[in-house]
Design a binder for this molecule. Structure first.
Ligand code: SF4
Length: 426
């Protein structure tokens, strides 16, 4: 049974957790055990965000929204006059089990404000997760936010029970972090990250020798960066993400457009809405770094420090490097195919297989899922005699790509003047 008082707290503490986007699918492989409850499946937990920010399939909750810190960008900062409450570890463990049994949730995402000090808060959070695993025999997914500044012993204990740990950096540069969150510094965030990556590595090594050696945060670690609360450029942000993927072995960096919850604070920019387009472009750039082999400085650099909000980062890179195009689909190196706008990893696999048996043309490419409206300016393939980025010049291709109408089914007169389309492309 869920008590009335737990439900009251739930209203407050689930609402307070909605600003954290750093929870996502698991990737953990843990089946149910005899007499246990739940499992964390290999394909992870599907989740989505409702209109009001709720994460639907994870119970996304704070242990407490009391906080001794006063981070300028945070709804739960100590100087805000909002309803406050805390759960006990038993209450959260019971809620999770009750919700799991009723099929409301598939996992738990647990965060908290800082109560008394980082270690005291972490002890309470670890206690929730340990209770779930040992007393309730719960095998479902658990993502726990690590409190910056928590001790190694508690981080190690957390990693033993949770599937994923995350420590939020929030602000991409230390100077700006100091201005907006004077109680935090980079060390307090980066140290636990280092402990987590070391723990994950050691656990993997041990399991090579002993199959039953304990797992440590088997679904890895992630972090969140707030975008647009400071003047940090996309260059700075992506350089930091790239370093985190390499040195801290992070699974994901989440980019969260700054939500102007404390507009009265003049350290913050006057935004009427979160910068969602920028957030989207950062996710695209991040994808290019993780799956397409792009370095951060190829996407943005000191001359072009911010992502183009109108065109995706791969198209932008191609327009800045016209000398590398057109790419011949029938002979190009796979790494170069990856860099062609409009061609994704799945299409590349199909292209590589198919071109062993025949010369590919644009009709084949369309069937394979290549977005010809973009790719046509950057490739040659068999019969395709389109004008490419070198013939047309990047500025004109940019204009053509921006001018969606001219690329629609009723191609305009202007497009035909610059670019005689082949029937296969219409
Ligand atoms: S420590 Fe976390 S909960 Fe506390 S004010 Fe800062 S961001 Fe908010």
């Amino acid at each position: 049974m869920i008590s009335e008082s737990s439900l009251e707290k739930l209203k407050i503490l689930a609402g307070a957790a909605k600003y954290d986007v750093s929870c996502a699918s698991s990737g953990t492989k843990r089946g149910n055990t005899q007499g246990g409850i739940g499992n964390a499946t290999a394909w992870g937990i599907c989740h989505s965000f409702a209109e009001d920010g709720r994460c639907i399939s994870l119970l996304k909750i704070m242990l407490s929204n009391y906080c001794i810190y006063d981070c300028a960008y945070c709804y739960n900062r100590k100087s805000n006059d909002i309803p406050r409450t805390s759960f006990t570890p038993d209450e959260i463990a019971n809620l999770t089990i009750e919700f799991y049994r009723r099929n409301y949730i598939e996992g738990l995402f647990l965060s908290s404000g800082v109560l008394r000090n980082p270690d005291h808060t972490m002890e309470q959070m670890v206690s929730v997760v340990k209770k779930l695993r040992t007393e309730q025999r719960y095998n479902g997914y658990i993502h726990m936010k690590t409190i910056p500044g928590a001790s190694q012993q508690l981080v190690t204990e957390a990693g033993r029970w949770a599937d994923r740990l995350s420590v939020n950096i929030e602000i991409p540069t230390e100077n700006n972090l100091k201005i907006l969150a004077p109680d935090k510094d980079f060390k307090s965030v980066l140290e636990p990250m280092k402990m987590i990556s070391t723990g994950i590595l050691e656990s993997k090594e041990e399991r090579k020798n002993h199959r039953n050696a304990p797992l440590f945060s088997p679904s890895g670690q992630s972090t969140q960066l707030i975008i647009g609360a400071t003047n940090d450029t996309d260059h700075t942000i992506l350089k930091l993400s790239s370093a985190l993927y390499t040195r801290r072995d992070l699974k994901r960096v989440y980019y969260s457009g700054y939500i102007p919850v404390n507009s009265y604070d003049n350290r913050l920019p006057a935004l009427s809405a979160p910068p969602l387009r920028r957030e989207h472009r950062l996710y695209q750039a991040d994808w290019l770094m993780r799956f397409y082999g792009f370095r951060s400085d190829e996407i943005v650099n000191t001359e072009n420090p911010n992502l183009d909000l109108d065109l995706d980062p791969k198209v932008n890179w191609a327009l800045r490097n016209p000398h590398l195009f057109p790419v011949d689909i029938n002979t190009a190196d796979p790494m170069m195919l990856l860099r062609v706008p409009g061609i994704g990893t799945h299409s590349i696999q199909l292209i590589l297989m198919a071109r062993k048996h025949q010369r590919l043309n644009s009709a084949h490419l369309k069937k394979m899922g290549v977005v010809m409206k973009r790719a046509q300016f950057f490739i040659t393939c068999n019969e395709l005699r389109s004008q490419n980025v070198q013939d047309l010049k990047p500025e004109i291709v940019r204009q053509l790509l921006l001018d969606k109408k001219s690329l629609g089914s009723d191609a305009s007169v202007q497009l035909k003047l610059f670019y005689p389309m082949t029937p296969a492309l219409r």
